[in-house]
Design a protein around this ligand. Structure first.
Ligand SMILES: CC(C)(COP(=O)(O)OP(=O)(O)OC[C@H]1O[C@@H](n2cnc3c(N)ncnc32)[C@H](O)[C@@H]1OP(=O)(O)O)[C@@H](O)C(=O)NCCC(=O)NCCS
Length: 175
C-alpha cells in the first residue's frame, strides 16, 4: 500500500478525488460517481459521503449513504414488533456506493468505512428518526465482504438472478 496512514470523516469540498482508481471496468461507475457527483449530491442533501483520506486530503476510499426502505418479501420476520410485519416497507439507510482505491484494497479500509457508516446509522439516524435496517445492492463480487460484516442476502426469487443482490443488516442484531 503506497501510504498506510488515513482517517475517516465526511467528504469535504477541497478533498482530492481525481486520482481515485477503480480497478476493473465494471467498477468505473464508482470512480465516476466520486469524481463527478459525490460533492454535488452532498450539497443537495441527496446522499452523504464519508471518505478515507490521507494527510494530503487524497481520497482512497468512500462510502455513500442515502435514505431508503426495504420490502422484506416475507423473507424475514421481526419478533420484537409483530405489527411491523404487516407493513410493506420498513425504514432503512442504503449504502449507495462503497469503494476503496484498487491500490489500497485488502488493508481493512473497506471494513473501517462500513463500521463508521453503521455507527452513524445506529447512533444518529436510528436513535433520532427511526431506522431498523442498513441495505445495499451488492455486486456479486462483494457478497462475501458484506456477509463477513453480518449482512444477510435477501432470499427472494429474483434476487439471485440479477447483477446486484439486495443485502441487509438488522441494526438490533448489533445490540
Ligand atoms: C469491497 C471493497 C470495498 C472492500 O474494501 P477493502 O478495503 O478491500 O476490504 P477490507 O480490506 O476492509 O476487507 C476486510 C475483509 O474482507 C475481505 N474481503 C475484501 N473484499 C472481499 C470480497 N470481495 N469478498 C470476500 N471477502 C472480501 C478481506 O479479505 C478481509 O477479510 P479478513 O479481515 O478476514 O482478512 C473493495 O474491494 C472494493 O472497492 N471493491 C470494488 C467495488 C465494490 O465491489 N464495492 C462494493 C459495493 S457493490
Amino acid at each position: 500500500m503506497p501510504d498506510s496512514s488515513y482517517f475517516i470523516r465526511k467528504l469535504e469540498s477541497t478533498d482530492s478525488v481525481q486520482r481515485f482508481k477503480a480497478g476493473k471496468e465494471s467498477f468505473v461507475p464508482l470512480k465516476t460517481f466520486l469524481k463527478k457527483q459525490a460533492k454535488q449530491f452532498q450539497q443537495s442533501n441527496l446522499a452523504q459521503t464519508y471518505v478515507a483520506v490521507t494527510s494530503e486530503k487524497i481520497v482512497i476510499g468512500y462510502i455513500t449513504l442515502t435514505c431508503s426502505e426495504i420490502d422484506l418479501k416475507e423473507g424475514y420476520e421481526l419478533s420484537d414488533c409483530i405489527t411491523a410485519n404487516n407493513y410493506e416497507f420498513l425504514p432503512a439507510v442504503k449504502i449507495a456506493r462503497l469503494a476503496v482505491d484498487s491500490r489500497y484494497r485488502k488493508n481493512g479500509i473497506g471494513v473501517n468505512l462500513l463500521e463508521y457508516a453503521v455507527a452513524i446509522i445506529k447512533d444518529k439516524v436510528a436513535e433520532n428518526v427511526g431506522c431498523r435496517f442498513v441495505v445495499t445492492d451488492a455486486k456479486t463480487e462483494a457478497i462475501g465482504f458484506y456477509k463477513n460484516q453480518g449482512f444477510t442476502l435477501l432470499d427472494s426469487e429474483d434476487n439471485g438472478t440479477i447483477e446486484h443482490h439486495l443485502m441487509f443488516l438488522d441494526l438490533t442484531a448489533l445490540r
